[in-house]
Design a protein around this ligand. Structure first.
Ligand SMILES: [Zn+2]
Length: 76
């Protein structure tokens, strides 16, 4: 799934009135049970609508991943 698709799915979730769940550690977002990198601008837009729910993804919860400072995918 590319960054544009992740953005589209995030917006669809928001427009459906649901919270978008983001890992506070690696900043991946949960979409249909998958944890995916989203473009920073899309995360900022969702967060500005108070529609971002901060959580911890299973990989981070298991402690197997360091928090990368630049984990968020950039639009190419
Ligand atoms: Zn994570």
């Amino acid at each position: 799934m590319g960054a544009d698709e992740v953005t589209r799915r995030m917006l669809a979730t928001y427009e459906a009135g649901d919270m978008v769940t983001m890992c506070a550690w690696c900043r991946r977002v949960e979409i249909d049970g998958e944890w995916l990198l989203a473009p920073r601008a899309a995360l900022t837009a969702i967060d500005a609508q108070y529609a971002l729910s901060h959580s911890i993804c299973p990989a981070c919860a298991a402690g197997g991943r360091e928090a990368p400072r630049d984990a968020v995918a950039e639009r190419s």
